[in-house]
Design a protein around this ligand. Structure first.
Ligand code: GTP
Ligand code: MG
Length: 282
């Protein structure tokens, strides 16, 4: 027998008197199961970064908040000690079969068992200390939470001038294209209610992952709550090149055009948003 919506585990097909337990009692039993969190760390040759990030995860705060959690390294077939370091520090390692950050994330999402999910880079740029705040902000009204660097603070040397302008322009472009405001579309720190995450039709393979998450949420009218975060200088070698900015802009445009050529309901919504309500044919 499936559990009622919102309850974390399926009921056992008990027979006899147990089966007739009142609904309220089932709810009380379910409330005793602590909510769970999966912390996803995509990594490609980040042996130093992953160590710093994992050591900074505020384990005692998470436990105090009643969250059970598991750390998963989403490894892009690193050739350094990334997997060994993560395993030593207690992460479960998942090695992707495809190429790119987006593809690693998409391969792993269907395997998520935990109620909530948090995604952050393993290069020490995003603050693991902010995980509890982002997860606490999740709820029915805010199933997706974004850690915004551009509304938060940026450490010295963490983001070059051209990179800052690029992030700002991409965020403005994304907001305009999807008629949905977002301050930092390329941020690598997101939190999700896992079921809502699984419902997104993500298609990104590389660094366009975050733009893809935003586009999918906008198209499905899933609200994104923004929380300002701090962004620090990266540990280790960057993998991102400047041309990725153009690739991300192109991916956003492609997704927007495809969606307006999609099912009739979506098409109507698109045209009526720009040109007023469509006339119904009789
Ligand atoms: N699994 C996996 N992770 C990757 C891959 N490429 C990059 N990553 C990870 O994705 C995260 C973001 O990559 P970065 O190179 O830091 O890119 P960025 O944060 O956009 O740019 P920087 O400003 O250089 O930090 C890092 O934790 C990388 O290790 C990949 O092909 N597979
Ligand atoms: Mg980075």
């Amino acid at each position: 027998m499936p559990s009622p919506p919102g309850l974390p585990f399926p009921r056992h097909p008990f027979v006899g008197p147990v089966d007739s337990l009142p609904e309220t009692l089932w709810r009380e039993i379910d409330n005793l199961v602590p909510p769970s969190l999966s912390i996803l760390l995509p990594a490609l040759n980040e042996e130093h970064g992953v160590e710093a990030v994992m050591k900074r995860i505020p384990r005692s705060t998470l436990k105090r908040n009643g969250l059970s959690f598991c750390v998963y390294l989403l490894d892009g077939r690193s050739t350094d000690r990334t997997r060994a370091v993560a395993t030593k520090l207690g992460a479960e390692v998942f090695v992707q079969t495809g190429h790119g950050k987006g593809s690693a994330f998409r391969e792993f999402v269907p395997k998520i068992k935990e109620d909530f999910t948090i995604l952050l880079d393993s290069d020490g740029t995003y603050p693991p200390e902010a995980i509890p705040e982002l997860v606490e902000a999740l709820g029915d009204e805010s199933p997706v939470v974004l850690g915004s660097r551009l509304r938060g603070s940026i450490g010295e040397g963490a983001m070059s001038g051209p990179n800052y302008v690029g992030n700002l322009l991409l965020s403005r472009f994304a907001s305009f294209l999807f008629a949905t405001p977002i301050s930092d579309v390329c941020s690598g720190m997101w939190a999700f209610v896992s079921d809502r995450l699984k419902s997104l039709g993500l298609t990104a393979n590389g660094f366009d992952l975050e733009a893809d998450i935003f586009a999918e949420c906008a198209l499905r009218r899933i609200p994104i709550l923004e929380i300002p975060i701090r962004y620090d200088r990266r540990i280790g070698e960057p993998k991102l090149r400047l041309k990725e900015g153009f690739r991300i802009a192109f991916a956003l445009l492609k997704k927007r055009l495809r969606s307006s050529a999609g099912p009739t309901v979506q098409k109507r919504a698109f045209w009526s948003r720009w040109f007023g309500p469509a006339r119904e044919s009789v």
